[in-house]
Design a protein around this ligand. Structure first.
Ligand code: HEM
Length: 459
């Protein structure tokens, strides 16, 4: 109890480390098992950090809707501070800087108009991918590598323009992979500050410093090139960096802080938020289709029926609205293989309540979206891949990806901190998936993969 107020139940933990060792390498699974015993709201102690875990749709709704403002901050994360200048948006605490940065993202970078204007980028990258498979002319293709290169290609074109590949191609992909890997690393120092030396000993600090310096040099070059082009030959082209330079120019003298560091931080946010999430979903969608051949055939038939002879057999974005079952496959993949199973951690800005329990200010809040999406109380056959469940006429289908409508399905979060990139992610995923058939035909001469590859279980 806290001042007589009822705190959430808490499983027994260890001295000093608390519940940290119980999380293991697949924390969403271990937290699900703990919630089955202790209930949909739990209070854990992760080292010195109090953390509240929400594991039901009702609890998620309170976090992301009913008491959205009280839960809208983020905890400090040492890796993010090192790698993204402590000035980004994804990991920013709730406040003026976050509000301004989010406004720029929503209005200028991720608006519907801008996402539509990136259609050419998506089509070029999808065509390049099919081409890569064709040119390979081999039986075995590393589909994961293809998908990573596709998602990186789209975000590079969106952020840096068509010359994105000039900044390094494969090397850029590797640099961003290192960056994303480090950003996703849980450091001991975040939870037990007096053990922060363990991170140094494990080489994390040195790796972070090296990656951050390489990334900074790259982004400095990108910004300088953009400034030069705009000065010498402004052709009116506007990628993310251009748009932010425009905002920067307009902000001059108004007291609004949107300088080069903010531009670099937001570009990094976009790469970090867009790539791993999108490619993980696509890799899983492919794995599920290969393991459920009747579902694969249904998607292939739908693509075949949508692409009439006059289109020259080519799938374009004009066909996507007709590919309704493909959308169900992507949604079901997001449900069963939630790419960010624990979303991004939130932090409370003030004392608040969660399902009647008291939650003190500055508590870390974890929403187990993965467990919620597999809750047997909310889903029929929760552990099975059944895209059909999204094809019915209920709210889940009607709501499409409108965030905050149905808290049983929150792969993008919801509310103030909900993902502003849904409109960017969905056409990228659909554009790739609709080309899957072209890749299979190229590889095997038929619409079926030659053999069933075995997929390592990642989740
Ligand atoms: C399948 C693809 C994606 C998934 C599953 C996904 C999921 C998420 C989730 C779970 C969050 C945190 C929500 C929360 O804290 O409650 C988030 C935040 C965010 N996402 Fe996405 N995302 C995806 C794609 C993208 C893309 C393509 C972009 C941009 C190009 C993007 C930009 C962002 C940003 C900027 C935030 C931070 C929002 C804030 O803190 O205010 N995401 N995303």
């Amino acid at each position: 109890r806290d001042d007589g107020r009822r705190l959430p139940p808490s499983p027994p933990g260890l001295p000093l480390l608390g519940h940290l060792p119980l999380l293991g390498s697949l924390p969403h699974r271990n937290l699900q098992a703990m919630a089955a015993k202790h209930g949909p709201v739990m209070l854990l102690r992760l080292g010195r950090v109090p953390a509240v875990v929400a594991s039901s749709a009702a609890a998620a709704q309170e976090v992301m809707k009913t008491h959205d403002l009280a839960f809208a901050s983020r905890p400090r994360m040492r890796m993010a501070e090192r790698l993204i200048y402590g000035r980004d948006m994804v990991f920013a605490p709730y406040g003026e800087h976050w509000r301004q940065a989010r406004r720029v993202c929503v209005l200028h970078l991720l608006s519907q108009r801008r996402v539509q204007s990136l259609r050419r980028a998506r089509e070029l990258e999808a065509a390049a991918m099919v081409d890569r498979v064709r040119r390979g002319g081999v039986q075995a293709v590393n589909v994961t590598a293809l998908i990573i290169s596709y998602t990186n290609g789209i975000i590079s074109r969106a952020a840096f323009g068509d010359g994105g590949s000039l900044y390094g191609g494969e090397e850029l992909t590797k640099l961003f992979a290192d960056f994303a890997g480090l950003l996703g690393t849980v450091t001991v120092g975040d939870f037990v500050p007096w053990l922060a030396w363990v991170d140094t000993l494990m080489g994390l600090d040195a790796r972070a410093a090296r990656t951050s310096a390489q990334m900074d040099a790259l982004l400095e070059r990108v910004i300088a090139d953009h400034r030069r082009r705009r000065r010498e030959d402004d052709d009116g082209h506007r990628d993310f960096v251009d748009v932010m330079l425009d905002v920067n120019d307009e902000a001059e003298g108004t007291g609004v802080m949107f300088d080069d560091v903010a531009i670099k931080a937001i570009v990094l946010d976009m790469f970090a938020a867009a790539t791993d999430t999108t490619y993980t979903t696509l890799v899983w969608a492919m794995a599920e289709l290969i393991n459920h051949l009747h579902e694969m055939r249904r998607v292939q038939d739908e693509v075949r029926a949508a692409v009439v002879a006059g289109d020259g057999g080519r799938v374009t974005e004009d066909h996507l609205p007709k590919l309704r079952y493909l959308k169900c496959v992507i949604k079901e993949t997001l449900r069963l293989r939630t790419p960010l199973p624990l979303l991004v951690p939130h932090e409370t800005t003030e004392d608040t309540e969660l399902l009647g329990y008291h939650v003190p200010a500055r508590s870390r809040v974890i929403v187990n979206a993965w467990a919620i999406a597999r809750d047997p109380a909310a889903w029929d056959r929760p552990d099975e891949f059944v895209p059909e469940r999204f094809a019915g006429g209920d709210d889940l289908t009607a709501a499409d990806y409108l965030l905050g409508q149905d808290f049983r399905f929150v792969p993008f979060g919801a509310g103030r901190r909900g993902c502003p990139g849904v409109g960017f992610a969905v056409p990228s995923m659909e554009a790739w998936s609709s080309r899957w058939r072209a890749c299979c035909i190229t590889l095997t001469g038929s619409c079926r993969p030659a053999a069933r590859p075995s997929w390592r279980c990642m989740s």
